[in-house]
Ligand binder design. Sequence first.
Ligand code: HEM
Length: 476
Amino acid sequence: MAGGFWLALLIGIVGLLLSLILNHFMPLLILLRQGHMIPRGSFGWPISGETLGFLQPHPSKSLGAFLQDHCSRYGKVFRSHLFFSPTVVSCDQELNYFILQNEGKLFQCSYPKPIHGILGSVSMLVAVGDTHKRLRNAALSLVSITKSKPEFLNDIEGIAIQILDSWKDKKQVMFCEEARKFTFNVIVKQVLGLTPADPKTAKILEDFRTFMKGLISLPLYVPGTPYAKAVQARSRISSTVQAIIEERRRNAGSLTRKSSDFLEILLGVDTLSEEEKVSFVLDSLLGGYETTSLLMSMVVHFLGHSPTALEQLKVEHQNVRSMKEQDDYLNWEDYRKMEFTQDVINEALRYGNVVKFVHRKALRDVKFRDYLIPSGWKVLPVFTAVHLDSSMHANSLRFYPWRWETQDQTSKKFTPFGGGSRCCPGSELAKVEVAFFLHYLVRSFRWRPESIEEPMAYPFVEFSKGLLLNLDHCSI
Ligand code: HEM
């Protein structure tokens, strides 16, 4: 009896393994269709494929051993098996562009399922089709209305001054932490109208940190795991946002001054459901927090190794300030004058690679050049590969902001904010935040990193020691 049980179990396990292995390699049966070949490459191990190799950490200003090895063996477009799916990886500028421009037609945004579990089904970052269109239209009109209000820039500047004031008596700061504080306070003010001193800001920040940890953790919904904690944290943030919305509605009839934040406008949008409005707020916080603070850290890190660029930046900001009264607020015209600052920001985006790649899937069989990308396969356009390609950017492995004096930042070979119909709606907010922070930073401080530290792509990018800086104060 017992022997029969074990035999059945063994047959079951062997059957399961065989079917997993067959499923893994089955897609290779369609190597050739109508004269078009699936790109060369390797599927790696059954089930996990080559995912572990692909996720091996490497400095974000490099391609990493996996991509380097695969590109030299198979070319810039190759097949692999990643995130449990047959995949075409593209390190090719033209294919990347083609993928981004054909969103919703030939390709579709397709983030791994566990990310949906945390973000929720109506998050703009994962939504597709009409839902995505509605959310995105609301986002674009919100961004454009908010940008036209003077408070938008004044708030950014005020928060930068506040953070740098708190450094007055410090000899060292953990820069990544300070940058996160800055971008979080800015986005919470822009979206919800909350000041850094408001207790709700601290509460949202605490939940947000838990949420972010879960986003990059093993997707195990078991109580106590970072993933489960993140799902719970998301639900708490939703409740806090919901409570703020209700409070706004209650006060809507009173004579108090109208707020100028996203939420005020969002409440009047009738194309979004209540759930979508709450999710929209979360997307803005998520999109605008880590990425922008990481960009700030990269700028500060690269400038620390480029004294000439730092000096030129300082002169630019002194010139901008010399044309204003000491306490005058910065405006869009000042921002436009910060030309070298924008070159530095663009170069940090190219060389530092805040976002390494995005997730897509093929909606049907797609033919590109001689390649066939089969329907249903995952497709990963890798931005880092194009940004560091020396045939696209001369001396690509060098931080050289002056290249942007002649190079077009809207070109297809520079896509730090993605492209096509999913291009980042917050790109300008991110850049203006960094520029205004630098306006005060470079005129007030000199800095030296405490230790040698590179931004690493895990593939989400991080300074693992937090970028500890030694500060020297200099007068404005
Ligand atoms: C350095 C800063 C930033 C970088 C590098 C960045 C990068 C990106 C990239 C690459 C995408 C495209 C994702 C895809 O195609 O799948 C994206 C989308 C998005 N970003 Fe950003 N972002 C930044 C700042 C911001 C800010 C400040 C906000 C919000 C205020 C924001 C909100 C969003 C949203 C909502 C989307 C989804 C757009 C859509 O699917 O239509 N991002 N971002």
